[in-house]
Write a new protein. Structure first.
Length: 400
């Protein structure tokens, strides 16, 4: 059960890359995890390479010791890509430990509370607007938005989440100034944006019908004043939640106090210490936990802390199939689950890269009973899809 090697692998994922950690033990057990460098996180691979040296000869059973040691060694620069690297290694250790014991990972988390997990179809129709080369059919207008909503309903999904788009000024395009597209760092919200957000949601509702829940993700694309303008514009909609990213607990708490809709947030936070000020300020209705960044073991602690504040949690999950399976174990075991994010639009070669793909039935993800995460990357397939030089939010100006 001792670690004899730790490696990272990477492959092409269309508009970004997929990244993996592979841990091998002296018993021949292979533990896997998936991580990401394209969501504003360059350098996670280098962190894993450095911290992985501490694992040589260590037991895969002692993942909490690894976390405590790695946290001590990186304390001056905690958070960010350092914490992401620690989380990626922790998840691979959990997979190896569960496989050593011959059990699914959720058994390490206290056992599953549910056999299937309610999910929402994320980035609907975002991927078809932003990346039509990889996800289809392409969406170029409000009719396409309506058709996407109808497809979610026809496939019996009970909820979908969308983003911000501009429809009435040239080609249909995403509005992501919080991520520099377009580059408008003041993040102001004007009447044109309000009109377009409303038109987009009306088209989705028209297609999805009255019973499918609709969520909207505003990301980091405004300041509190702008978020309030959007919320006032949408006060007559019945939304499952409005997702807002903010680093100001007090600002987000004020927005929530004025919102007619539930507010979800915290997907970019690390550990209980970063969640604490948001929970103390009563800033969120639902805490979004990125188990890929934090590691699942640490994410269970975050979820318990949220539960102590009467807040339910939802996994942040927009990566590859392995990440979906990692989040499935978390969602199966955590008591205070609200719903789980998942991407239904997939790459043509996604299923080739993994031993198992997620299985959905009536808007829920079926929890597998296979050992570990219940899904392994296939190395030959990964090597057959060489990675891009850059990807995700970090792609070149020409690609944006």
């Amino acid at each position: 059960m001792k670690v004899v090697s730790i490696d990272t692998l990477c492959c092409d994922a269309g508009w970004r890359n997929y990244h993996f950690v592979k841990i091998v033990t002296d018993d021949g057990i292979v533990g896997w995890s998936e991580f990401d460098e394209g969501f504003g996180s360059p350098g996670v691979t280098a962190v894993i390479g450095q911290l992985g040296k501490r694992l040589m000869g260590a037991s895969v059973m002692e993942h909490e010791r690894f976390f405590a040691e790695a946290s001590c060694l990186t304390r001056p620069a905690t958070g960010g890509v350092v914490s992401e690297g620690i989380g990626a290694i922790e998840n691979a250790l959990l997979d190896a430990k569960a496989k050593t014991l011959g059990v699914p990972c959720y058994e390490l988390l206290g056992g599953k509370l549910r056999d299937s997990v309610p999910v929402y179809w994320s980035h609907c129709p975002t991927w078809r607007v932003n990346h039509p080369k990889f996800f289809g059919p392409p969406v170029t207008d409000l009719d396409g938005v309506k058709a996407s909503g109808a497809q979610a309903r026809e496939r019996r999904f009970r909820a979908l989440k969308t983003n911000i788009f501009i429809h009435d000024d040239g080609p249909l395009r995403a509005w992501r100034p919080g991520f520099g597209v377009p580059f408008q760092p003041a993040l102001n919200v004007d009447r044109k944006l309000l009109r377009n957000v409303r038109a987009h949601l009306e088209a989705l509702r028209d297609g999805a019908g009255p019973d499918v829940e609709i969520l909207i993700d505003l990301n980091f694309n405004a300041k509190p004043e702008g978020y309030l303008r959007i919320l006032r514009e949408l006060k007559d909609f019945e939304l499952f939640w409005v997702e807002i990213d903010s680093y100001s607990p007090q600002g987000l708490a004020y927005v929530r106090s004025q919102s007619p809709h539930p507010i979800s947030s915290c997907e970019t936070l690390f550990g209980i210490r970063e969640f604490k000020p948001f929970l103390d300020a009563n800033a969120v209705d639902v805490g979004i936990v990125d188990t890929i960044w934090n590691g699942v073991w640490q994410s269970m602690k975050i979820a318990a802390f949220c539960d102590a504040h009467e807040v339910n949690v939802a996994p942040h999950n927009f990566y590859g199939h392995l990440c979906t399976m990692i989040n499935a174990s978390f969602a199966a075991a955590v008591p205070n689950l609200r719903i789980m994010e998942t991407d239904i639009d997939r790459l043509a070669w996604d299923d080739e890269l993994f031993t198992h793909a997620p299985e959905y039935c009536n808007g829920e993800l079926i929890i597998p009973e296979r050992p570990g995460w219940g899904c392994d990357p296939i190395e030959e397939a990964i090597l057959a899809h060489p990675p891009q030089v850059t990807g995700g939010l970090l792609q070149s100006r020409a690609g944006r």
